[in-house]
Design a protein around this ligand. Structure first.
Ligand code: NAD
Length: 359
């Protein structure tokens, strides 16, 4: 399998393959870029079908973190880790502590946190072996689970997308489909329900669906039916690559605004969406709320949950600026976001603040 020459490698600074037969840990730590500061990004535990799939995922996610952190105006680089295992059946405290020792061996170039399949409790185990970990409840600057902040940022980003594409200032009666009702998707569904939206939901976990039906009056739909729902907005909050040649022709939504990382299977799909009049909120811009809150912890700064929630609302304005630039230059929203983020990465953090225009 080619690594250095693969498209996904994209000039990564360092990739570490971690193997511990004693605990069963098989992990990959990827550090994409540290121009702006230490690489920060979550750790995902997933039962990958192949090693190639795991390598591809960690490289794409890690690169995405460089762009996400830069666009969020954070002086942090981009990195990510994956652990190849089933989080429901194979995860143990010993495995997480072993992962912590590998994180420590990278010497602070990469700071880990939670992602899919990883909980705050898992990170507490990692923290017994290394200080290069965030998303903890403990400690003077502990920021806890990033998911509620991600969900609130996605909610605000969804509102900005609706304002731009549908010219609406509220969500009353708006139809929204939500794919995935996990840590982020469920909180997002709650905020959408509270704002008066009508929900159509799916998840491979039947309990999550039942909760949303009961608590938010959501309509449950099949896993493959979620794409073709007659809705205004589609919010992907499960896994990546779900916007592709098979799903795009099924879409009726005018807006795609959700939490999943790497939503587009290929970057060209961004142009396809634009040609169809579907507004795409670039994933790493709309889902940056969690990392924005984690960044305070990395910088040793305590911020109250209420202030943390308020701070992520900047995503609303950031997206509106990206949408306006996309219209001005007739380019897909993802291309505009990439250009702005790359300029910030290359500037090494000396970009004068958080305004999109500063890039
Ligand atoms: P999670 O594991 O808590 O939730 C994911 C949910 O999706 C689960 O309920 C799972 O059952 C469901 N799911 C999996 N495959 C599915 C499928 N094919 N169809 C429908 N549902 C499916 O993860 P999360 O923390 O809520 O994250 C969701 C997405 O948002 C991920 O792509 C993650 O990388 C991204 N994200 C999360 C955060 C965060 O703060 N947690 C931050 C940025 C991005």
């Amino acid at each position: 399998m080619a690594i250095f020459s693969s498209d996904d490698f994209d000039n990564h600074e360092q990739v570490v393959f971690c193997n511990d037969p004693h605990t069963g840990l098989k992990a990959i730590i990827a550090v994409h870029n540290t121009n702006r500061g230490p690489a920060v990004g979550g750790c995902r535990m997933w039962n990958y079908a192949s090693e190639e799939e795991a390598v591809r995922d960690v490289l794409r996610l890690s690169r995405g973190m460089s762009y996400k952190n830069a666009m969020a105006g954070l002086n942090l680089g981009g990195g990510k880790a994956v652990i190849i295992a089933d989080s429901a059946t194979q995860k143990t405290p010993e495995m997480m502590r072993s992962f912590g020792r590998f994180i420590n061996s990278v010497g602070g170039k990469y700071i880990t946190a939670e992602d899919v399949g990883i909980t705050v409790e898992d990170m507490e185990q990692v923290a017994t072996q290394t200080k290069f970990v965030a998303g903890l409840e403990q400690g003077s600057a502990g920021s806890g689970d990033p998911s509620p902040y991600t969900a609130h940022g996605v909610f605000k980003g969804l509102c900005a997308s609706v304002k731009h594409r549908l010219k609406r200032d509220n969500l009353e009666g708006l139809k929204v489909s939500v794919q995935g009702l996990g840590h982020v998707g469920y909180d997002l569904a709650r905020e959408l329900h509270e704002a008066g939206a009508e929900l159509f939901v799916t998840d491979i976990n039947k309990d999550n669906v039942a909760r949303a039906v009961e608590n938010f009056g959501a309509t449950a739909v099949g896993l493959d039916e979620i794409y073709s729902q007659d809705v205004d907005v589609f919010a992907p909050c499960a896994l990546g690559s779900i916007i592709n040649d098979v799903t795009i022709p099924q879409l009726k939504a005018k807006v795609i605004a959700g939490a999943s990382n790497n939503q587009l299977e290929e970057s060209r799909h961004d142009q396809v969406l634009r040609d169809m009049g579907i507004l795409y909120a670039p994933d790493y811009v709309i889902n940056a709320g969690g990392i924005m809150n984690v960044a305070n912890e990395v910088n040793g700064k305590y911020i109250s949950p209420a202030d943390g929630m308020k701070a992520v609302e900047v995503i609303y304005d950031t997206l509106l600026e990206i949408f306006d630039l996309a219209d001005e230059y007739s380019k897909p929203t993802g291309v505009i976001a990439d250009q702005l983020a790359l300029a910030r990465i290359n500037s090494g953090g000396d970009d004068g603040g958080n305004s999109v225009k500063a890039a």
